[in-house]
Structures are given as C-alpha cells and as structure tokens.
Design a protein around this ligand. Structure first.
Ligand code: ATP
Ligand code: MG
Length: 437
C-alpha cells in the first residue's frame, strides 16, 4: 500500500538496503518504508558481511545498518562499504545512544543515526535528509568512476577559450589564514597580461571584502539564479575591480543570504567553470566547513591549496581532509600543502609542531612555510590592501607570500619563474621551496 510521500513528487526513488541481524526489525522497517512512494528497499540482510556484499551488488543510495551484529559488526561493515561503495550513505541504527559508539560510527563513515525503536517520521526524515546531502558527493564519485578526474575536467574544457586554473584555498581549521593567503595569492598572480579573479566562497562569514576594503552592491547571490544562462555581460556587472586591478567576486552580504547559494550546492562551481575561459587564474577563498559547495569547488579545481598550522588539531584535521581527497581519487599533486603561522621565536616554537613532524604525520611535503607575524599581516588588513602590496618584498612573511604566488604560477603556467630573491640554496633537494627565516 503506497501513498505519495512529501518527496515523491519529482519521481525520484531512494534505494535502500537494510542490514540487521533481527528479522523482525528488518520486517518492521520494511513495512514502514513501504508507506512512502519514494522509497524502495532493494535488499534486506542479516549480517555485516552480507551487507557489504549486497551494497557492492546493489549500490543503494542509503544503507540502514545495525551496530550490533554477530559476525561483522555495523561499524566494520560501514568502514568497508564507505571504501567500496562511496556513493552509498550509511545511517547507523542502535538501541543505545552511547557517545563512544556514535563517535566510532562517525569515524567509520556513517552519515546519521537512528535510535531503536525507530519512529516512522524520524526514519523518513533522516533518510531524505541524508540522501539530499549525499547527492552531490555521490554524483562526484560517479563522475570520477565513469570518466576519471582528468577526463571530467577535459569535458568542461569544451569551451572556445582555454579555461583558467581554479585554485581553491581551504583549511579545515577556522582562522588558519585562508583569506590572507587567497587575497595575497590572487594579488601575487597578477602580472601583465594575466587575468586573475578572486572569489569569496566563504558564504556566511566571508572576509575578502574587508581585507581588500571593498563593498559590493551585487554578489554571488545575484548570479546563482542565472547559472543556466549566465553570460559574460551579467558576470562583468557583478564583479568588482579592486584599486590594484584585481577582479573580485564577493559572497553574500549577510550570513542569512548564504542559504540562497547553498540551495544549489554546485552553483558556485558551475558559475566558475562557465566563466573560467575569461581568466587565467581564479582563486577561491572558502570556509572551513567542508560542505557540498566547497566539495563541488574542489572537484572542479586544478589545485587545492590546503593550509595547515603548527598545532595538533590542525594536523589531525588536515589528515582527515587528505584521506577524503584520496577517497575522491584526487591525484596527490592536486593538493598543495602550506603551513601558515609558523612561529619563529624560541618561546612560541616550544609548543608548535615542526613542519618535519607534520610531513611525517601527513606523509606529504609542506611546500611553503609562512611565518607568524601579526604586525605585518594585521596592518595590511587595516589598510585594506594585500600584504604583498608593500614595496619591500624581501621581508618575512611578505617574501613567503610572494614565493607562494610564484610557486603556483610556475606549477600552473609551467614556467621557471621563481622570485629573484630566492636562490638555489633555498630549495631543498626535492626541488621545492623551503623558506625559513
Ligand atoms: N602568518 C600569519 N601571521 C600572523 N597572523 C596571521 C597570519 N596569517 C593570518 N593571520 C591572522 O589570523 C587571522 C585569521 O586569518 P584569516 O582571516 O586569513 O584566516 P581564515 O582561515 O580566512 O579565517 P576564517 O576561518 O575566519 O575565515 C587574521 O586576523 C589574520 O590577520
Ligand atoms: Mg576567511
């Protein structure tokens, strides 16, 4: 007996796999799900191991997974499924609301939880919310599986103009220096004849306007409604030109407007891909929340500039992000690791993690270290200019920010154009820049 569910209007069917060792529980949930027209149970099994096999075979949208099962528990099964079928989202189900279980389930990759006995409305809304949130990520996985990341990008290159490089600046830590690095990178990439666009995709609390002392009447919000028929003229009317000549696309003027953009999480990525033929480099500042908007941007990015800081929390969270990049099949050289706020005085250094320790922990090189220097960075913010706009570029942290821009220019434009202030001694044996004070 089916009655139309709230989400069944668009005809989309959410496929579901049930994994629970108690047959009555599976039957009860199956009955509840049968009341909603947009749900389809594609499998119902009694062990974790069968759950993994069935998930591989059916590739369901949602898996409702019991935690306690005899042969292989739900947490282990979820770990295997997240690895093998990344398009499926697991909802963990348990009698107890034990925080340790929840934490372990989350680390295994579960997206949400249901407490037994499961109530119908909670079941329906949890499935629909998880499915809606998972859709963009699942679509990316599918695209990558079908085409491979490079081909996906090649498809987007079907425009007449060669698309510019999209560089997404991201850190899982708030306050790590994304906006500082993004504004300076964009500014440093500007050379004669090179077209650079800086985009603020920190949708709720973006600071690009503040850091560059610019305000805008029109923002990203005015573009998201026109993604389909976006043209250069509309785009040019919305982009602002900073005094330095840098083109800037600001984010929503107020935090509450962010929702307008987030309703279509891939809108910012789509807009940037569409206009990428008009620029050589597009630098995107993001928020530390790893939401669908940011993930969609990362997918279309040529490079992801991943910022870490010398703290334990930053190292731990950066590792999670790198693991996610691996799961998304991003090539290792798609992301570039930078360490910001590196202390130079002895006292501060005592409590900081060294870049060698970070490199060992992350198994990745830290390509540039930007020293901690409140006076230089904050005074630039107060003036509303990029730090590197100062005349003397030989002092830290300006020289490192200049070197960062040169590094990206060289990596992407393929030219040996390191800044003159750096000699070969400052490059380590692997050829990368290692800048210490
Ligand atoms: N190398 C540095 N030395 C000293 N201060 C720095 C450095 N880098 C950034 N800062 C300061 O740290 C603060 C956070 O920097 P920024 O706004 O660039 O980070 P963010 O990652 O964009 O933060 P948010 O999460 O708020 O968006 C700012 O006050 C900035 O001036
Ligand atoms: Mg910021």
């Amino acid at each position: 007996m089916n009655r139309p569910g709230a989400q069944a209007q668009d005809g989309e069917i959410i496929t579901i796999l049930l994994v629970d060792d108690i047959p009555e529980t599976r039957e009860n949930i199956k009955k509840l799900l049968a009341f909603e027209a947009d749900f389809k149970v594609v499998g119902s099994v009694g062990t974790g191991r069968e759950g993994v096999d069935m998930a591989k075979q059916e590739k369901p949208n949602i898996i409702i997974m019991d935690i306690n099962m005899p042969d292989m528990d739900g947490i282990q099964a979820t770990t295997l499924i997240t690895e093998a079928v990344p398009t499926a989202a697991v909802i963990m189900m348990s009698v107890q609301n034990d925080p340790d279980y929840l934490r372990r389930a989350m680390l295994a990759g579960a997206r949400n939880f249901l407490t037994k006995p499961v109530l119908p409305d909670e079941l329906y809304s949890t499935i629909r919310t998880v499915h809606t949130r998972n859709k963009p990520l699942a679509a990316q996985y599918r695209q990558i599986q079908e085409a491979g990341p490079m081909e996906t990008r090649a498809k987007a290159e079907g425009t007449e103009n060669r698309p510019g490089h999209i560089i997404v600046v991201y850190s899982p830590q708030g306050g790590a220096g994304c906006t500082t690095v993004a504004t300076n990178l964009a500014s440093g990439l500007m050379k004669e004849g090179i077209r650079v666009l800086l985009v603020d995709s920190d949708l709720q609390f973006g600071d690009v306007g503040l850091y560059l002392n610019i305000q805008a009447q029109s923002t990203l919000v005015d573009l998201v409604g026109n993604v389909e028929d976006l043209d250069t003229e509309l785009f040019d009317n919305i982009v602002i030109t900073h005094d330095s000549g840098l083109k800037v696309l600001l984010g929503p003027a107020r935090p509450e407007y962010a929702e307008v953009v987030q309703q279509n999480p891939s809108s910012v990525a789509q807009i940037l891909e569409k206009i990428s033929g008009n620029y050589d480099f597009i630098v995107v500042d993001t928020s530390h929340t790893l939401d669908e908007t940011t993930l969609a941007l990362m997918d279309v990015a040529t490079k992801i500039l991943l910022i870490t800081t010398p703290t334990l929390a930053a190292a731990k969270n950066t590792r999670f992000v790198m693991e996610l990049f691996d799961k998304l099949n991003y090539p290792p050289d798609k992301s570039v690791l930078i360490m910001n706020r590196v202390p130079h005085d002895r006292n501060q250094k005592r409590f900081a993690i060294s870049s060698e320790q970070i490199e060992k922990f992350l198994k990745r090189p830290v390509e540039i270290e930007i020293p901690l220097d409140d006076v230089t960075i904050l005074s630039a913010v107060h003036k509303g200019v990029p730090v590197i706009a100062q005349r003397d570029r030989s002092k830290s942290p300006i020289k490192e920010l200049v070197a960062l821009a040169d590094l990206f220019y060289t990596k992407l434009a393929g030219e040996e154009e390191y800044d003159d202030e750096f000699n070969d001694d400052q490059r380590n044996k692997t050829g990368r820049l290692r800048l210490n004070r």
